[in-house]
Every structure is written in structure tokens, then in C-alpha cells.
Design a protein around this ligand. Sequence first.
Ligand code: GLY
Ligand code: MN
Ligand code: MN
Length: 468
Amino acid sequence: MKYPLVIGILAFAFSLKAQDDQIKLNQKQQNYYEYEDDFLSPAFHQSRRDSLRALMPEGTAAVLFSAPERNRSNDVYYEYHQDPNFYYLTGLREPNSMLVLFKEPIYFQGQETTEMVFVQERNPSSEIWNGRRLGVDGAIKRLEIQTVLANTTFKNLALPFDSLKRVYFQKPYAMEEQDIEESASLKGLFHHFEQKVDSFSPIAETHLGMMMAKLRQVKTEEELSLLRKAINITCEAQNELMRKITPEMAEYETEAIIEYVFKRNGAEYPGFPSIQGSGENSCILHYTSNRRPLKNGGLLVSDVGAEYHAYTADVTRTIPPDGKFSKEERKVYNLVLEAQKAGIEAAKVGNSFWAPHQAARKVIAEGLVKLGITEKESAVGDYFMHGTSHYLGLDVHDAGMYMPLEAGNVITVEPGIYIAEGSDCDAKWWNIGVRIEDDILIREEGPENLSAASPRTIAEIEALMEEE
Ligand code: GLY
Ligand code: MN
Ligand code: MN
């Protein structure tokens, strides 16, 4: 009996040794940040922190938290996705972290600093299961933030919040499963923040979102190059779908074509669940179950967006799976296209954010009457029940102030007509749903359609669908 025990102990010792070697090996390996060199630069994030501090009134601080890790079921987690505001200001893609910005410099460890980030430490045994972390040293090197500390140190750190007029903060969401006592967890960080700044005290202020929206709604060239990449990948996916779709497919197969092109081109994931709604499902605005066979007939609304290095596209094309629009589909499609053209034309610097919507809605209201689908223009809302535009960026429905359009805004222009079965019109129109969505950069010279690489006219779509 002794022998196996000794062997067992030896084996255990060897396995520890092997783990140690493994750990050393991992530390020599490149950090995941070094595989690709086209992420936003530390200088970009620095400039965003400086711009936020410029918007903050005197005597204030801003505190932001990383996104929580989200459980799917049992021990399976959703893929981690950083909080967009936190990412915009730091570039950090890891959980259990916190950023503190001070308007005026504070003295910390004998030096002046205006910014501190608290990150999760490296942990060799968890790195074996879950992959490498930046840790404090990696974050100093990669993020170039003035002060980087382990998240475990925040609890006992004396920071001068009490002397401030206001502390803006963004409360983390969905922290239920975490241990409040665990100082390295997001919930622990927020708990210790609340110990330092009572969130009901007059200095605590949650309206950080407005300042972030003001910043995020104007894209820099660096952001635009990532957004252009996400949009180009998405156009390529829509075009590939037009070439490959057949009526024998089900909606999930068209989704597979789209997402294959996303992944093959380096997009991390779709920026939102891919909408592949055919026939009656083309009239469900945010349909995502994608199980219907296309042979049951009707148009396919394909509303998708690749997310590349945190920036997401949002492009919709509506196509006939058999390659030919029917007479009624053609009429509805061309009306939506005409409305979209009017909407894009109205996407000009200085115009109200709502100008594209008003222009598109007017065209659709008049057109529905002309086609005999409605009797009065005022019934337009029965068939076009959503807005025409939203900002686009780190979020598909991105942060922004919905104020007059300015250069550097990126918005969608996406009118649609949805005639559900049983609608108050001739049954020949039923189950036709059409949406056409493009991503528009607002420029001094006029609107630039960033998603023009995917065709929109019936002639162009039918021609592409004939290609092998
Ligand atoms: N894909 C959602 C939207 O178009 O807003
Ligand atoms: Mn969309
Ligand atoms: Mn959209």
C-alpha cells in the first residue's frame, strides 16, 4: 500500500513541477495583446481620458467599472465583452477592473497623478484554465496609464474623494453571482467604492453617461478605420449571401454564410444577434431565431453587423432567395429605397438628428397611399414603426446626444415597410417586409455611405445573385 502512495506523492510533485514549468513558459509567451497591432492605440485612449477630464467640472472625479462576467448556465460563461465606456477610456479587455479619473492631480505615492486603473492580477493556476491576463506589469506596458494597481489594493487605499464636490460614477450591472467580500471581484470593487463614496450622498452623481455620449458620438480617424473594416467585412458577407443563397436553405444556413465571412475576416463576433427573417418573419423587426425554411416563400431581411476590434457595423439587405423580386415585392422595395435615398440626403452637418427620419417617413407615407396600401398618409406608422437612425460605434445603438448632426457622427439610415399577415390592405401585400440599412459618416462635404460596397438597387442585387 505504501508504494502506490509514494508513487502518488511523486506523481503529484512532478505534476506541480510540470505546472511550474508551464507557468514559466506562459510568462515567456507573448501576451494576447501582441498578436495583432491594429487595436486602438494607448494614445487614443489617453486622448479620450483627457477629453473626459476636460468636460468634467472642477473638483470632481469619474469612476468607471469593467463589464461583469456573465453566466450562461452551470459552469458555462458567455464570451467576455468589455463595457464600451470603460473600453473607450482604457483599452483594457479584462474583467474585475476599475478606472478612477481626477479632474485635478492628486498626490499618490510621492507623485502627481490624475488617473488610476485597478486591474486583476496575474494568477498562474487560473491562467492554465482561462488564458493569460495582463496583470499590473502588462497593463503598465500596454495601457500606458499613469498609475496601475492591483484591484486587491483598492479596498485599503485612502483616496481624497471626501474633498471633492462631485464623484461621477457608472454603476456596474449584473453582479449578482459575485462575492461582495472578494476584493478582487467587480462586486467587491464597487462595494469598497461605496464604502468610500456613499452613492446616496450629494456628491455622488450617476450622470456620467451624458459626458461619455458627447465624446463617443464623434469618431476619430483611428475609430473610423476600425469601423470601416467592420463595415467592409459586413458588406462582403451580404454580397457572399447574395451569391450563395438558394431557396433550399433554411434561415440558419444564411446566418452561417454571413457569420463565416465575419470570422474568416477576423471579426471577433457579430455585434448583435444576426437577423435572418424570411417570409412572415421579415415583418418581425428584431427576429433572431432563424429556423424557417426559405422554400416557404417571401423575401429575406438580412440585418447583420460584424464586430471588429470592438466596433460594430449594422447593414441590412433584403433579397429574394430565388433571385427574383415579385411584382409586389418590387414596388415595396423601391419605395423603401427611395425613402432611404431621401434619408441619406438629409444626413447633413447642422440638420436635426431626426431629419433623415422625417425625410424617409414622408416618402413612405406618400408612397403607401400611391400603392393603395393605406388610404391616408397618417397610417404610415402601421407599416413603418421604428426610427430611421441611430448612432453606430462600440455599441450597435451607440452612445450619442441626438442633437443636430456634426462631422464625425456615424449613423444608420434604415427605413422599412412591414406588412404583416392580416394587415388592413389587399392580401397580395401580406408578409412582405423590407428594410434597407446603410452606415453613414457625416462629413462637412456631405454624407459618405460607408456600406456602399453592398448593392442596393434591384437590378444590382439580381445581377449579383446570378453570379456563381
Ligand atoms: N440591427 C438592429 C438595428 O438595425 O437597429
Ligand atoms: Mn440593423
Ligand atoms: Mn440599425
